[in-house]
Design a protein around this ligand. Sequence first.
Ligand code: PMP
Length: 364
Amino acid sequence: MSKFLRAGLRGLTAYTPGEQPQDKKYIKLNTNESPYPPGPQVLAAIREGELAELRLYPDPRMQRLKKALAAAFNRDFGLALGVENVFLSNGSDDILNFAFAAFAAEGGRVLYPEISYGFYEVYAEYHKAAAATAPLDPDFRIDTAPFLEKGYALKILANPNAPTGIALPLAEVEAIAASDLDAVFLVDEAYVDFGAESAAGLLDRFENLLICRTFSKSSSLAGARLGYALGSVELIADLALIQYSTNPYSVNRMSEAVGLAVLAEPEYYKENARRIMATREQTAQDLRELGLRVLPSGANFLFAGGDGLADPGGKAVYEALKERGVLVRYFGKPRLANWLRISIGTPEEMAVLIRELKDILGKA
Ligand code: PMP
């Protein structure tokens, strides 16, 4: 820290992203990336597409990709979205940042689950929002009662939640949207394509609803940094106000091109999601057979541990797996000390995980 850093930032604890180690090749089950490559059209778009045009700035309004996204949601959910209902940015983290800036900064009241995506807390602190949390029960289910209260500027729900993977049914999400039409309700659907119910179908009824999505998980594009939000024209304009006041070119030409290519072949990605869900269920069963508790997941990861990991402990197991070339995510917070978040890889990768875990736990 330099002596120049302003006082207001000195206590800030930054987000710690999952490791991306470069020292050797790991079986990477720690940042919920897809184990499957982007589809053929993406590869073709990169080869032939936008590279020659890189001397030009991208379209700051991202009209082509917004139009394609609106069309996809109109088709899948019977909506009538236009480009002005769609927002695009450099990963959905960027959008969450904008949402805090637009709706909850400087003392605005924001609510999110006590255990959820770690960035919410960081953005709350960075933007000096007044944060409150909804508790989780011993089974890691969110108590939605606080979400039904009035008086918040912004309510954020990851559905499915992370790192638990537990999804809330649509009826409960709808009840939250309806509980306070004066609060922005942001549903973070980063993992929704792996079996949960999307709230997108509610968009035509709730102008306080903002749905945040990403190409990073089910679209195999974590490296492209492409996220989007859907909402009322007014909410999208609020996000754009922040974006155009900071960096209007926050989606680059290559990312727009690969995003379009993803939308041109949805079946490829649906099939991958089906494979990942099947692998998830097999892995959940294998982990339970090793004595671990496994939460029901609607995401591309499993949250596993509990008493089955108490000896030698979550941290020791995480470290032993890393030593053996398998990287999982360990959070180490008090309630999560004996839990690991394990992204779903290919069946072969998960077989290695189970084999190594068996050995580490002395069950081989
Ligand atoms: N929301 C949740 C719940 C996540 O787990 C992640 C991934 N770390 C994100 C948003 C951000 O994803 P991205 O910035 O890659 O779109």
